[in-house]
Design a binder for this molecule. Sequence first.
Ligand code: NAP
Length: 328
Amino acid sequence: MAKTIRWGIIGIGKIAEKFATDLVNVPDTELHAVASTSSERAENFAKKFNVPHFYSSYEEIFNAPGLDVVYIATPHTAHASAAILCLNNKIPVLCEKPFAMNLKEVQQMVEAARANDTFLMEAMWTRFIPAIEKTLELIAEDRIGKVKTIQADFGFVAPHIPERRVLNPALGGGALLDIGIYPAYLALLILGYPIDVQAFTIAGKTGVDETTSFVFRYPQATAMLNATYATRTRTEALIYGEKGYIHLPERFHETKTLTLFETDNEPVTFSFNRETRGYNYEIEEVNNCVRHNKKESVKMPLSMSVKLISLLDDIRQKAGIFYEGIDG
Ligand SMILES: NC(=O)c1ccc[n+]([C@@H]2O[C@H](COP(=O)([O-])OP(=O)(O)OC[C@H]3O[C@@H](n4cnc5c(N)ncnc54)[C@H](OP(=O)(O)O)[C@@H]3O)[C@@H](O)[C@H]2O)c1
């Protein structure tokens, strides 16, 4: 039997609830502790998910006996401080995307992980979704030939609640860091770091980027990508190669199916049904890393997170998206 991995969660909001729903169904995994800025929220969450230890400050979570790993689910602006707090207490960390607000913060997190010889991973769950694994396999098998262009988008209408994380500049709000990260990551995963980036943005009422469109240029390929809170887009991805293409349908970053279109063959659809929301795959990856005392995931290494945040910094710089008090 595998060792049970005891998880803690820091920050109880929307994603913490969804993540916990998947976590409690992963074998040999226990939701062991939860920390919130609100004692009421901590207690209610603990009752709902049967969590034995709950705290009304983040620092207290380290009092939970036998804690193996912490999942950080705060707004982006509080990722780096919470991650470094855990790492300095030698507690492995899975931290929500975007890993932090900019490269400088991510470098501080990576330094803390290395200095404490402790596991750290960005919660880029898309990397572990079976349809994405299959996509990488099909490309490696040369089923669509050399990838020449990628199109991907992510869009929904964000309700106008200015104080909430999504639209609040003080909490790192804006479409690019929240959802544009998924098309950016897909292009990075498949084509690598571009040689040129162009980007344009339209600000919403609260000043955060409401729509950001960006194009990556590679020596022999391009990627055309979009993120918006202004309209519901198809949120799909198309990966075009010399011999065919792969379609990842709505919502591509968590899709359960994909279709392979080869030039001389009938299209083939691959399905990966699941009962879960899909967070179980990244949870299993972290469990395995922690069980084997690994300091990084091979599939989502820290070098990838450094590239991803550098790319987001590049896009922001090109588009003119700045966060007061965070960007120098
Ligand atoms: N992987 C995914 O599918 C996915 C989906 C949605 C969001 N996310 C990511 O998860 C993170 C959280 O998103 P969310 O939608 O869950 O946010 P949310 O609903 O606003 O919850 C964030 C929680 O963080 C805590 N917090 C700490 N500092 C805060 C501050 N200054 N202001 C407000 N809350 C603060 C609060 O919990 P306590 O008071 O209990 O500490 C709050 O409830 C974001 O970085 C986002 O990008 C990922």
